[in-house]
Each structure stands twice: as structure tokens, then as C-alpha cells.
Design a protein around this ligand. Structure first.
Ligand SMILES: [Fe+2]
Ligand SMILES: [Fe+2]
Length: 214
């Protein structure tokens, strides 16, 4: 009987590097159709278009960060079930990433120039959180997803009323993020103590301020 070939640690590093490059410089394909579908494109004036693009760039960066957090967390997860849980959620984040990239193109805009920096920082934070154990790992998912859900709600309020295509995308993303949090809770997440949630909120506020323009 053939013995399964064990992966060399270097293979893992190369896999991770490849995923990072795809996320930051490539355009990983979505597994599900874009929720904007046949939603009509309503004309936006220049200011509305710029604002919508700024918000969608923030959401695109958020998804780059989500990929990196999940990859970083999965890299150090102890229990294979936790790792699978993280990688499964990461697949849905890939859909979000692709949909936000589509919308940025439609708005004649571009993703953040700082995506390599956002990815590297989030990967390191994910791995650090994961090193504390799987309960913490899942707790970190819950806190992240809840904060993203609240933030998407805010964007749904401030997007131009007429930008129905961005709205359709964010509405689906919001439902997905809520499910990611619920699943992680059910899988045994622990509640993160302060100041961790506040520090996370401050870091994402900084990211949002920069990514709106850059
Ligand atoms: Fe997402
Ligand atoms: Fe999520």
C-alpha cells in the first residue's frame, strides 16, 4: 500500500505565498454568481460615483484582510476541524473579494494600492490570534465578523441611494458575515476580553480612513 506523501513545510510556505499573491495581485474567481446580477446600473453623478468607489474600495480591502486573517489563523490552528471551518469561510470571502473587485471596475475605480500591506498585517494578526488556541481563534472570527456586519450596515446607509448594484452585493455579504459569526460561535468560540475588541475596532477604523482614498 502506498504511504501518503507528507507535505514538506516548504510546500506549505509556497502554498501560502501563492494564495497571498493571488489575493493581492490576481483576481481569484467567485464560486457563486455576483448578487448584483441584472440589477440596473443607475447613473450616478461624479461625486456619488467617487463616494461609492471609496466605500467599495474599503470593502475590497476588508475582504483582502479577511482572506489573510483566515489564512493566518488556519496556518496555526491545532484542530483539523477548526482549520477546515476557517478555510471554508475563506472560500466565501473569496466570493466577496471578487464581487467587490467587479464593482470597483464598474465604477471605473481600482483596489487599494496598499493591499500588500493590509494582507501582511492581517496575516500576522490572524496567526497571533490563532497561536492562543482554537477557542481564541474562533472567538477572533466571531468578533471580526460581527464588526464587519455592523460596518456593512453603516455602508448600506451611506451608499448613494441609486447605487443598487453595490447595495445588492453588500446585502448578500452582510448575511454571509452574520452566518460566519454564528457558525464560529456554534463551533466553540470564546468571548474575547477587552481591550482586544476595541483594538480591533481601532485598527479597522484606521484601515477604512486610508482605504477610502488610497
Ligand atoms: Fe466577507
Ligand atoms: Fe466573513
Amino acid at each position: 500500500m502506498a504511504t501518503p506523501r507528507l507535505k514538506h513545510p516548504l510546500d506549505h510556505v509556497l502554498d501560502q505565498a501563492q494564495r497571498a499573491l493571488e489575493t493581492v495581485f490576481g483576481s481569484p474567481p467567485a464560486a457563486r454568481g455576483n448578487p448584483a446580477g441584472d440589477t440596473p446600473e443607475v447613473a450616478l453623478d461624479a461625486a456619488e460615483r467617487r463616494h461609492a468607489a471609496g466605500l467599495m474600495r474599503i470593502n475590497h480591502v476588508g475582504e483582502v484582510c479577511a482572506q489573510a486573517l483566515y489564512e493566518g489563523q488556519a496556518a496555526v490552528a491545532r484542530d483539523p476541524a477548526t482549520r477546515d471551518h476557517l478555510l471554508e469561510a475563506a472560500q466565501e470571502e473569496t466570493d466577496h473579494l471578487a464581487w467587490c473587485a467587479d464593482r470597483l471596475r464598474e465604477l471605473d475605480s481600482r483596489p487599494s494600492l496598499l493591499n500588500p500591506v493590509w494582507y501582511a498585517g492581517s496575516y500576522a494578526i490572524g496567526a497571533l490570534a490563532g497561536l492562543r488556541g482554537d477557542g481564541w481563534n474562533l472567538g477572533f472570527v466571531v468578533e471580526t465578523e460581527r464588526q464587519v456586519e455592523a460596518h456593512l450596515d453603516e455602508h448600506l446607509q451611506t451608499l448613494p441611494e441609486a447605487d443598487l448594484r453595490s447595495r445588492a452585493i453588500l446585502t448578500t455579504m452582510k448575511a454571509d458575515e452574520a452566518r460566519h459569526a454564528d457558525n464560529a460561535e456554534a463551533a466553540g468560540a470564546r468571548i474575547l476580553p477587552q481591550p482586544i475588541p476595541s483594538v480591533m475596532a481601532a485598527a479597522s477604523k484606521l484601515m477604512k480612513t486610508v482605504a477610502y482614498r488610497l
